[in-house]
Design a protein. Structure first.
Length: 118
């Protein structure tokens, strides 16, 4: 009888937990830093990572990096923004996009697609 109750308790907890695993999942991480060196040059950076996954097997990861460097008193701040996106569809096809913008000018912009092995 104790074995039956133990099995029933485990089965009930697994069934009750199943809806938690059937939902789509999204996570975001944001990291920011700022530093000034002895010469007065200020460097800022921010990295944001967005991840999502769906129960149908599709997934997406987006990483955005922004950085700037501003030497003291020169008025010549430089900035860079890089965005990388990877998407996997339900059939396993992966699409990757990369874009880099330096001081407002796009310097890199590529898209690649990888088909799943069959």
């Amino acid at each position: 009888m104790k074995k039956l109750l133990a099995i029933l308790a485990v089965t009930t907890s697994v069934v009750a937990a199943t809806p938690a695993f059937s939902a789509d999942v999204t996570a975001t991480t944001d990291t920011t830093s700022k530093a000034t060196d002895a010469a007065g040059t200020t460097t800022k950076s921010e990295v944001k990572v967005d991840k999502s996954a769906s129960t149908d097997g599709s997934a997406k990861t987006e990483v955005t990096k922004e950085s700037s460097t501003d030497p003291k008193g020169l008025g010549n701040e430089t900035s860079t923004k890089t965005t990388d996106v990877a998407k996997k569809d339900t059939k396993g096809k992966v699409t990757k996009k990369h874009k880099k913008v330096v001081n407002g000018t796009t310097t890199e912009n590529t898209t690649t697609t990888e088909q799943p092995a069959q």
